[in-house]
Design a protein around this ligand. Structure first.
Ligand code: PA5
Length: 448
């Protein structure tokens, strides 16, 4: 079974002719991806990645994962952006919400290097003080400031605790095959390494060791994740009929809505475990499409929590929004609303109902209210949260993003705008070579 797209909540807002016209362009966009004739065609390795990962690569990942799991209470995964969010999204979506480390066979996965907060790093070092620690450091360029700063601290901590010889058994680096500071350091120190292929950008790298190793260390099944992804790859390739290609359909619908003035897409979930999937999705679409002063702004909400914060705006604010809801059909835990003799909260009409049913009715009620209020609603339906459907979902979004970026007319595979803050930060911190710019910025800041 595949994940499905339900477009009932979009139909009142779009006309069939525009769908037909843009579907033809989506077919062409999909062809450009496979024939490598579009913009950014040096970064299309992700397109066939799920089915191209070899048995040898998977076994190597599983073997290193087994080793790290055996020797660690906690594994620090260092990376930012595409070198962090995919693994975080899969792990948060599929692991239990609460784990008592005393009864768990799995090491705790702790992410670091995804910001520069001093307190976080200070608290991290004191938290791991008495734990058995390993580290996976991930950076394609090998020069990104946030992970490099965190890695300096964690490397020093591990070397101090275990000595240099043992440290190299506890540190794994995932980076470019030949270039960059992390590659050089890994070779010098003798770390085990995995390669991020040249033609795969960070935000499309979930099905490389960047996503697969941390996910495997967390105790999840990477083979099933890849199977889900490669099934979605198959059902959206050039042999697949376009009416079955939900990646193309999603790309078409969101572009029509954008052309009709819906400039913001809100990805909504009703399962808090999907919070980081939304964060990953925001990066995927934001970094891929926000170019040339164009692009849908990707936002996210966790319902029903955010119905009590963002619900008012969505219902009655500016009509520039559309909503894409990830609906999960089956929950594995079974819990009903208990009866209460007093019934002071007057909720006895819910007694005996599954909590999931209450959540589902909240979702349907919200969908109808938002559609009535002028917010188109796309629903992505997932049978359940497991590795297989998570693999499908991630590849679905990647492929949709490639097609959608081409429909928008931009290069979805670069991120030139990310450099601007880095240049200013380096100048302000006095990096050699940035002195003149640094002085200019300091003068400007003084007058702020
Ligand atoms: O998607 C991307 O390319 C970015 O988000 C990068 O993954 C992010 O900037 C981290 O880069 P690097 O892996 O080079 O440290």
């Amino acid at each position: 079974m595949n994940i499905r797209l339900n477009l009932s909540g979009v139909k009142p807002f779009i006309d069939e002719n525009s769908v037909k016209a843009l579907t033809d362009s989506a077919v062409e966009a999909n062809r450009s991806l496979y024939e490598k004739t579009g913009k950014g065609n040096g970064f299309l390795g992700w397109l066939t990645l799920p089915s191209a990962v070899s048995e040898l690569e998977i076994s190597e990942i599983e073997q290193i994962s087994k080793d790290l799991r055996e020797k660690s209470d906690a594994v620090i995964v260092i990376g930012i952006g595409g070198s962090y969010l995919g693994a975080k999204a899969v792990i948060e979506s599929l692991k239990p919400s609460f784990t008592d480390s005393r009864d768990s066979e799995d090491p705790e996965i702790i992410f670091a290097g995804h910001h520069l907060d001093e307190d976080y790093l200070y608290e991290l070092l004191s938290y791991i003080k008495d734990k058995r620690i390993s580290c996976i450091v991930i950076s394609k360029s090998g020069t990104t400031t946030e992970p490099a700063v965190a890695f300096r601290l964690v490397k020093q901590f591990i070397e101090k605790k275990y000595g240099k010889a043992e440290a190299k058994e506890r540190i794994v680096a995932i980076t470019d095959e030949k270039r960059g500071a992390l590659r050089k350091m890994a070779e010098q120190e003798g770390y085990k390494t995995f390669v991020i292929p040249d033609d795969v950008g960070g935000r499309f790298s979930v099905f490389t060791p960047v996503g697969l190793l941390p996910v495997s260390v967390a105790g999840l099944d990477v083979r099933t994740l890849l199977k889900g992804a490669s099934d979605m790859e198959k059902s959206s390739n050039l042999d697949a009929p376009v009416e079955k290609n939900i990646c193309a359909t999603y790309a078409v619908i969101r572009n029509i809505l954008y052309q009709n003035g819906k400039k913001i897409e809100i990805l909504a979930n009703y399962n808090p475990k999907l919070h980081y999937l939304t964060e990953w999705w925001k990066q995927l679409f934001g970094e891929s499409e926000g170019k040339e002063y164009k692009g849908i702004f990707p936002a996210g909400v966790d319902f029903t929590s955010d119905l009590h914060s963002m619900g008012q705006y969505i219902q009655e604010g500016e009509r520039i929004l559309f909503e894409t809801v990830i609906g999960v059909e089956r929950q594995y835990g079974e819990l009903t609303v208990p009866e209460d003799d007093e019934n002071l909260d007057q909720l006895d009409f819910l007694a005996g109902k599954r909590i999931g049913e209450v959540n589902r009715m909240a979702e349907l009620g919200t969908m109808l209210a938002h559609v009535d209020g002028g917010v188109p609603n796309i629903r992505i339906e997932i049978p359940e949260l497991n590795e297989y459907y998570m693999g499908q979902l991630i590849y679905f979004f990647e492929k949709s993003c490639g097609i959608s970026g081409y429909l928008l007319g931009i290069n979805p595979f670069d991120q030139p705008g990310v450099e601007a803050y880095k240049k200013n930060m380096f100048a302000l911190l006095g990096k050699p070579g940035f002195e003149i710019e640094g002085e200019k910025l300091k003068t400007r800041i003084a007058s702020f």
